[in-house]
Design a protein around this ligand. Structure first.
Ligand code: ATP
Ligand code: MG
Ligand code: FE
Length: 353
């Protein structure tokens, strides 16, 4: 089926078009620049930006794909999780399009779409799949029994998401916003072993056993790490010294990436999962890509990492999961549903009201 996907959960306005598992186009407009001076995404500004960007982005997508709205078989839209006001713009636009064209509308989970996008690069996802989702708002390890009907949350962060930790640490180091790319770049000039920052929830007392897994066995915590970085910088400043920012960035990044990959591989191994998909905006991180590949290879897990443009928020991922739902015979969502800012990852697409 030809599916048009709409994304507006945060600061990217995305319209993507797929035919089955084939990507036709992926138009994205970001309001990131407007948030830079505030050091974080301002919801009201993001919503207004979606309103401005939606029609031009839709036109661009249709033009690039060489199709018209008439050709489209179904419309898919992110219904959550995300910023309430931002979601409302995309959902409202999608409902209007569905009413005007009479096409069926599917309300899609943004997080599962970060996984579903994998079909656009390498085709059908393997069975026995795990997904490591690392983004600005989430850090989760999932068992994906079926992309359209069976997603289980194995572990997640109990406080900050990994991307959030990057953004906060970048602020502490004076690197600006967004922090991920800046730290990634600076870390290349630093020594990742210079400072041993804490790896949250990896002490035996948190880990339970494989037979009786504790609540934290596959969970992460990044707020202690952020505090440790702040203390470290304070100590240098108190001593009247310049903090070695490159070494701190590299050591922080090593701590994040070490604990993310070790727990993801542990969860896969203990669940007999032999295929892993890495997704979400932080999957753009060079060291995360490298260490995940290394540790998966060592554990006999085959890894799939979509190209960066498909890892960061976009409409093609929504279209891709929408097409999977359509092909699996899933029911359209109608036009009565409301966006759910905290839609759980187990709710893959919303049924009709
Ligand atoms: P969610 O998907 O949880 O709703 P989101 O959609 O806001 O959150 P994404 O757009 O998927 O998140 O990812 C954005 C995050 O990725 C930001 O926190 C940013 O700092 C981080 N990021 C981007 N590039 C890199 C990089 N090279 N290294 C580390 N982090 C990065
Ligand atoms: Mg974003
Ligand atoms: Fe996202």
């Amino acid at each position: 089926p030809l599916v048009l996907g709409i994304e507006s959960s945060c600061d990217e306005t995305g319209v993507g078009i797929v035919r089955g598992n084939t990507l036709l186009t992926n138009a994205v407009s970001s309001s990131m620049e407007e948030h830079v001076r505030f050091g974080g995404v301002i919801p009201e500004i993001a919503s207004r930006a979606h309103l401005d960007a939606f029609v031009p982005t839709l036109r661009q997508a249709l033009e690039e794909a060489g199709v018209t709205l008439d050709d489209v078989d179904a419309i898919a839209v992110t219904s959550g999780p995300g910023l309430a006001g931002a979601l409302m713009v995309g959902v409202c636009a999608a409902k209007a399009l569905a009413v005007a064209t009479g096409k069926p509308l599917y309300a899609i989970n943004h997080l599962v779409a970060h996984v579903g996008v994998g079909v656009l690069d390498g085709g059908e996802l393997p069975e026995n799949l795990g997904a490591l989702l690392v983004s600005g708002g989430h850090t989760e390890i999932l068992r994906v029994g079926s992309l359209t009907s069976d997603v289980e949350l194995l572990g997640s962060t109990i406080d900050d998401a990994a991307g959030e930790a990057y953004d906060k640490v970048a602020r502490i180091l004076g690197l600006g916003y967004p922090g991920g790319p800046a730290i990634d770049k600076l870390a290349r000039e630093g020594n990742p072993k210079a400072i041993r920052f804490p790896r949250g929830l990896t002490q035996p007392k948190y880990m339970g056993s494989a037979e009786a897994p504790g609540p934290h066995r596959y969970d992460w915590s990044f707020s202690g790490l952020k505090t440790a970085v702040a203390r470290c910088v304070e100590q240098y400043e108190a001593a009247g010294q310049e903090p070695p920012v490159a070494d701190i960035a590299a050591s922080f990044q090593e701590a994040v990436v070490d604990v993310i990959t070790s727990k993801a591989v542990l969860a896969c191994t203990e669940h007999g999962i032999t295929n892993l998909l890495l997704g979400g905006g932080v999957a753009a991180n060079s060291r995360l890509r490298e260490l995940t590949a290394e540790r998966c290879a060592a554990a006999g897990i085959s890894l799939r990492v979509p190209p960066i443009r498909l890892c960061t928020d976009n409409g093609a991922m929504v279209a891709a999961l929408g097409a999977q739902v359509v092909m699996a015979g899933g029911q359209p969502s109608g036009v009565e549903f409301t966006p759910d800012p905290s839609q759980p990852v187990t709710s893959i697409h919303l049924p009709a009201a």
